[in-house]
Design a binder for this molecule. Structure first.
Ligand code: 5GP
Ligand code: MN
Length: 351
């Protein structure tokens, strides 16, 4: 049995808003990952089973290896189908915000202003620290490994503990799997495995979901990974690693959205590395992805240097108006400020 970690009255307040609404739009953060796509589609299927009109609107496209998810082809991408997305948001009588804690995480294509201007009720279901209190009901549990895990717990309250439908279960499993690196970090809560057991009972094929997400890459992506590893810079005195990829380097490998997913995790497999940074040149910004091991707070590095945030061990941010190499140098120069944290992690190393 999973423990009741979600405040029941809060979950029921959210359910009340759902029951009062007929036309519901579900949103998640820019550059949606498995948890963002999985949790919004899971909610969408659940709401449709209640007879509601439900639409997922995401700020930008998601990687092709999530297209197999039930309902993925019906998602409206704000950046690509702006008019339809704005109409859906303006017509909604409830907007559900999942897997993001601040409206500005809806990206730079204008979606934050559209959402802010809507008058309808809002519900947030999220697992990031420091939620912005813009919703009427905020269900925020930063200790949970994924929004999908949190959503499963909320749905258990909403539906009186019954098993969820298979399409809901498939989407929830995807987010739980991707946000824990296939249950290799943030995954010590025994409840996670009770939930997985329930999802299997609901009919999912967890091995197939793993294959759909992780065995669906192009050969170019693997060649790019090899190239990225040859470029990897290790700074042993801090146990830090930095990888940069310029637009020209990405183009050389026919970069497609999602191709660099997971690159930032690779250096953490090296003994003595507790902090990894991956810097990628995008259209008009440098995207910074950070990962760490143990107690090293990479979210502090993200917020203090890259106007970002996230979780203790997985965070990110952005740099605008700077060259890729200048951002990398800024990060190298910043490392001494976190010496105390690095030393604490390095002290844990055994021979
Ligand atoms: P990723 O490196 O996979 O893009 O992001 C990892 C985590 O870092 C995300 O789940 C999110 O919590 C956080 N994150 C990434 N980019 C940003 C950003 O630009 N701003 C904030 N506040 N958090 C971010
Ligand atoms: Mn998440």
């Amino acid at each position: 049995m999973i423990t009741s970690k979600v405040d029941e009255s809060l979950a029921l307040q959210a359910k009340e808003l759902v029951m009062q609404a007929n036309d519901i739009v579900i949103t998640a953060h820019v550059s949606p990952d498995g948890d963002a796509v999985g949790s919004t589609l899971a909610m969408c299927h659940y709401l449709k089973s209640l007879g509601k009109k439900a639409t997922v609107v995401l700020p930008t496209a998601f990687p092709a290896f999530f297209k197999w998810m039930p309902g993925a082809r019906d998602v409206i991408i704000f950046k690509d189908r702006r008019r339809e997305a704005i109409t859906a948001l303006n017509q909604a009588d409830l907007i559900i915000a999942q897997d993001y804690n601040e409206v500005k995480r809806l990206g730079e294509e204008g979606m934050p202003n559209v959402v802010r201007a809507t008058k309808c009720k809002k519900v947030m279901i999220d697992h990031h620290l420091n939620p912005e209190l813009f919703a009427d009901v905020t269900i925020s549990y930063p200790l949970m490994s994924s929004t999908c895990e949190l959503l499963y717990r909320v749905l258990q309250i909403w539906n009186g503990g019954q098993l969820v439908q298979k399409d809901v279960a498939e989407c929830i499993y995807t987010g739980m799997m991707t946000d824990t690196g296939s249950f290799s970090y943030n995954s010590n809560d025994p409840d996670i495995y009770y939930i997985v057991a329930d999802l299997i009972k609901a009919g999912i094929d967890k091995d197939e979901i793993h294959r759909n997400v992780f065995n669906n890459y192009t050969a170019d992506r693997y060649k790019m990974m090899g190239y990225a590893l040859t470029k990897m810079e290790i700074i042993p005195e801090y146990g830090a690693s930095i990888i940069t990829m310029s637009r020209a380097e990405l183009n050389k490998f026919n970069y497609r959205k999602g191709d660099t997913e997971g690159f930032v995790n690779m250096p953490l497999s090296i003994k003595g590395v507790c902090f990894s940074a991956f810097l990628k040149e995008e259209d008009n910004l440098i995207k910074v992805s950070l990962r760490s091991q143990g107690e090293f707070p990479c979210n502090i590095v993200a917020s203090e240097n890259f106007n970002g945030g996230g979780h203790l061990n997985a965070s990110g941010g952005e740099a605008h108006g700077e060259q890729l190499e200048d951002v990398a140098q800024r990060l190298r120069d910043a490392l001494p400020r976190y010496k105390e944290y690095f030393d604490r992690e390095l002290a844990k190393l055994t021979d």
